[in-house]
Design a protein around this ligand. Sequence first.
Ligand code: NAG
Ligand code: NAG
Ligand code: NAG
Ligand code: NAG
Ligand code: NAG
Ligand code: NAG
Ligand code: NAG
Length: 353
Amino acid sequence: MYGHLAKVSFILPLLFSDVFACSRVTYNSGPSDGNRIVIGRSMDWLTPTNSSIFAFPAGLQRNGSAGANSAEWTSKYGSVITTAYDLSTCDGMNTQGLVANLLYLADGDFGPRNTSQQAMSLAIWPQYFLDQYATVAEAANDLFDASGEPKFQVRTRDLIPGVPSLMHVSLSDATGDNLILEWLNGSLVVHHGTEYNVMTNEPDYDQQLAINEYWSSIANFSLPGTDRPADRFARLAHYVDVAPGATDEVTALATTAGMIRAVSVPMEPININTPNITPTLWRTFADTKELVYYYESATDGKIFWVELTKLNLSTGGQTMDLSLVGVNWTDRVGDMTGQFQQATPFTYMEADT
Ligand SMILES: *[C@@H]1O[C@H](CO)[C@@H](O)[C@H](O)[C@H]1NC(C)=O
Ligand SMILES: *[C@@H]1O[C@H](CO)[C@@H](O)[C@H](O)[C@H]1NC(C)=O
Ligand SMILES: *[C@@H]1O[C@H](CO)[C@@H](O)[C@H](O)[C@H]1NC(C)=O
Ligand SMILES: *[C@@H]1O[C@H](CO)[C@@H](O)[C@H](O)[C@H]1NC(C)=O
Ligand SMILES: *[C@@H]1O[C@H](CO)[C@@H](O)[C@H](O)[C@H]1NC(C)=O
Ligand SMILES: *[C@@H]1O[C@H](CO)[C@@H](O)[C@H](O)[C@H]1NC(C)=O
Ligand SMILES: *[C@@H]1O[C@H](CO)[C@@H](O)[C@H](O)[C@H]1NC(C)=O
């Protein structure tokens, strides 16, 4: 099942560390647009992610896919999500406007397995939140048990031998609230609040905020320009800080897209002498007010969208997908809500136990 990834393995260990990137921003369009919250993210990766878009209804039985004592739950909300290799939920929004983004974090450390605690695979971690919570506050209040222990562990698996699959998650909602979730030295570290509207990659979030302190005071005059995560963070934090308000969904989307495109990485030859470069392959924009999920290919230059309110994502609804691999991109433009086809949920990547 993972054999298809072997062909990329020859190059990745050479480049490992800063190679996997991504950026994410939460934009508030302001009072003249009803404080519409739009979340934008880029996916920067070495090889195509062979993504599909899945529409999951409420009422799905889930399994954390992490061996003994895997967490189990039933989806309370439907969602529309983007996969990586149809093994993982990478990104998505649920019917309540909760948005989850999975981004690389080389400094992540999930700690040792304690089988007394429930666990889930990294691959389903973002989906766990989309399935169960309407808001960031709800998710934040349900992370730890009465003794302060996280309610679950996250487990991973090296998709590519020798290259750890390490990620952090951001959640955002229709009120503009944000939750940054990182496992560092085996502990779950949380940042919760409207101010955490930017996320990129390593170092850990506290260090990222500290670096940004420096840049934010001079950002009107000088910003760092490379593709390194701390540089993208400083630029994106400035862009969203000074972004104008919007008057309608089109300008709100355009403003968010403008920021994410400005921290995207262009196509450049991958060369072991320039290991920090992974091109942006795609971008998503989630309009939490209209419940419209936009996908923009950076390799095919097209944008399409899905209207969650026009899909039947209620309990008993059907899982559906929209394939993106091997399709003619002229067939993936504009409103694709009607193009979803009945599907069975994909099998999440089973974590090492
Ligand atoms: C991605 O899809 C392409 C085209 O179908 C295929 O050749 C390739 O092996 C796939 N890559 C992975 C890692 O699954
Ligand atoms: C959930 O998956 C694990 C393997 O990851 C398995 O051991 C367990 O039996 C599954 N639970 C159910 C209810 O299917
Ligand atoms: C494993 O988890 C249980 C339940 O939370 C806890 O009581 C125990 O101390 C943990 N063991 C270790 C080695 O951390
Ligand atoms: C994790 O542990 C390392 C080594 O012990 C330490 O340098 C680092 O500061 C720790 N990080 C956090 C976030 O606690
Ligand atoms: C940057 O410019 C904006 C717009 O003029 C201003 O509101 C802000 O205070 C400036 N920031 C700093 C740190 O000077
Ligand atoms: C959605 O699907 C469920 C299960 O098939 C059905 O009971 C319900 O009427 C459907 N809702 C709409 C709005 O089509
Ligand atoms: C894609 O579809 C368009 C419009 O139907 C057609 O002109 C084009 O040749 C197709 N491209 C491929 C690669 O099939």
